[in-house]
Design a protein around this ligand. Structure first.
Ligand code: ADQ
Length: 482
């Protein structure tokens, strides 16, 4: 698909996300730059790093992991060049940054928007910090704004930002995309009314508000009419002399990259090695950040139930659980980790033998070829979050199967369940259903596996991350003056 808007207009594009696509650190006075691993950073970097995929000037703004003083005084490697120049780190004072990120973002919005209202921590200082952090980023954008700039804001960290920018520059072109679910109004209404209104009017500062699914879009429309009493039309919401449009844009992955890497001889060799090592077993794989929304406990209990109900699979099925460290300064995350690790120990103690450990657990990030090799070596991907905006891991597993074999078991509460309908779709709360799905997946005939994986690969190939970026940016086109 042609990138029409930028060929003609060549406006500068500013991406704003909490994390930059790289993480900074300083060692021996030198600035070290490492690739970030989150879903958003991975998806967007693969598009914007590609030569010739876009013809506009790009800058990426995000919160810096290190202090301003450390960042500015560190020596730079001159060979880091252009990439570093397009990054625009923003510095938020550490106490505000903590109340903003660990507080309002991840102890209020994250649990609430994922349907965990009892995990929400109410604290007025959190919202004050959220407002302040959004203002710091707004000020940075305003200080460097050039006429015609397109601002594309990502995710729940910056829902006030569109409104703050619009108040200062009425003609600015803003897109906003939410990467997590937008919940039903029954959940959203739990927030204090003034927070509800401020968030909604903040989002309405954008020209286009995008979500992963039609359901999230519908929930957003409902919350708009209930909190701000606005009339929502099929075209959008008339608001302060403009019409704000909203619609689903399901994010894709870099399909080509996964399928190509899966086909390299190094990864094929690694796949063979893993299969050889587990030759007596079929591998069940899951890959998640260690987050309570991913329902790792339910999954472990379902795997245990599968072993209990199907003794013939003992010593013949191994569950490979890869968990990525995340947000461990928040109590709920530390508690969840303890519960998960205790449960793994109990199941392994109960069922393990001298020759077989039922659950192999790793708590770390993996590099890209290793991750693709594990996707390729496993027989089943077991992805059962209680709620998930989209879930890229499910898509990555499907893309990394050169022989189009394997089985995907997928929660009906992941955004991608709308697209990956050939998966075995399960209710993530129902341990019996998941245990039975694992049995069915173990026994699914190869022909059936191929038919399903091929259909999903076809879809992912045509709806990749490039198409997602292009469609979103094109939706902003009416807002741009030629
Ligand atoms: P996340 O909650 O981070 O993203 P997800 O979509 O699964 O969840 O993306 C995780 C990413 O991290 C994947 O690209 C995966 O490859 C990578 N990853 C996971 N485990 C890894 C490991 N051990 N080593 C290395 N990399 C690992 C948020 C929303 C999602 C939404 C995305 C994108 O919560 O619902 O799909 O944004 O919109």
């Amino acid at each position: 698909m042609a990138y029409r808007m930028h060929e003609s207009v060549k406006n500068r594009l500013t991406l704003v996300s909490y994390r930059l696509p790289v993480r900074f650190s300083v060692a021996a006075g030198r600035l070290e730059v490492k690739q970030s691993t989150g879903g958003l950073a991975t998806a967007l970097s693969s598009y914007f790093d590609e030569e010739g995929s876009h013809s506009h000037e790009l800058r990426w703004m995000g919160v810096c992991d290190i202090s301003e003083e450390k960042y500015r005084s560190a020596q730079r490697d001159p060979s880091a060049g252009d990439r570093l120049n397009s990054l625009h780190p923003v510095f938020i004072e550490s106490r505000v940054g903590d109340l903003f990120y660990n507080g309002f973002c991840n102890s209020v919005l994250w649990p609430l928007f994922h349907y965990f209202p009892s995990f929400v921590v109410y604290d007025d200082t959190y919202f004050a910090a959220y407002r302040k952090a959004n203002q710091v980023v707004a000020d940075e954008i305003l200080a460097t704004y050039r006429e015609g700039d397109i601002i594309w804001i990502h995710d729940y960290h910056f829902m006030l930002l569109p409104g703050m920018l619009r108040r200062r520059i009425p003609e600015v072109c803003i897109g906003f995309f939410l990467h997590i679910p937008f919940p039903s109004y029954e959940l959203f209404r739990v927030l204090p009314r003034n927070w509800q209104r401020e968030i909604m009017s903040g989002l309405l500062g954008a020209d286009v508000v995008g979500f992963h699914t039609a359901d999230y879009t519908m929930h957003f429309r409902e919350s708009l009419s209930r909190t701000l009493h606005l009339k929502v039309t099929p075209e959008g919401v008339p608001y302060q002399g403009r019409t704000v449009r909203m619609r689903p844009f399901p994010i894709g992955i870099d399909f080509r990259r996964f399928s190509e890497v899966a086909n390299t001889s190094a990864v094929r060799k690694e796949v063979q090695k893993i299969r050889e090592r587990f030759r007596a077993s079929k591998l069940v794989l899951s890959v998640d950040r260690l987050d309570y929304t991913k329902a790792i406990v339910n999954r472990l209990e379902s795997f245990e139930l599968f072993l209990k109900l199907n003794p013939k699979y003992r010593e013949k099925a191994t569950y490979l659980l890869l968990l990525v460290p995340t947000r461990d300064s928040i109590l709920k995350y530390r508690e969840n980790k303890l519960i998960v690790e205790t449960l793994i120990g109990r199941i392994n103690g109960l069922y393990g033998t001298l020759n077989w450990t039922p659950i192999i657990y790793q708590y770390r990030s993996l590099d890209f070829p290793k991750l693709v090799a594990l996707y390729g070596a496993s027989h089943i991907a077991l992805i059962t979050p209680l709620r998930d905006g989209m879930n890229l891991v499910a898509k990555e597993f499907v893309a990394s199967r050169p022989e189009a074999d394997g089985v995907l078991i997928l929660s009906d509460a992941a955004g991608c369940a709308n697209e990956l309908q050939q998966a075995i779709i399960v209710n993530p709360f129902d341990r019996h259903e998941i245990a039975e799905a694992i049995r069915l997946a173990m026994e699914q005939p190869l022909e059936d596996q191929r038919r399903r994986i091929q259909a999903m690969q076809e879809h992912l190939h045509h709806h990749d991350v490039r198409r997602w970026v292009e469609e979103f940016l094109m939706s902003l086109e009416p807002q741009l003056s030629p």
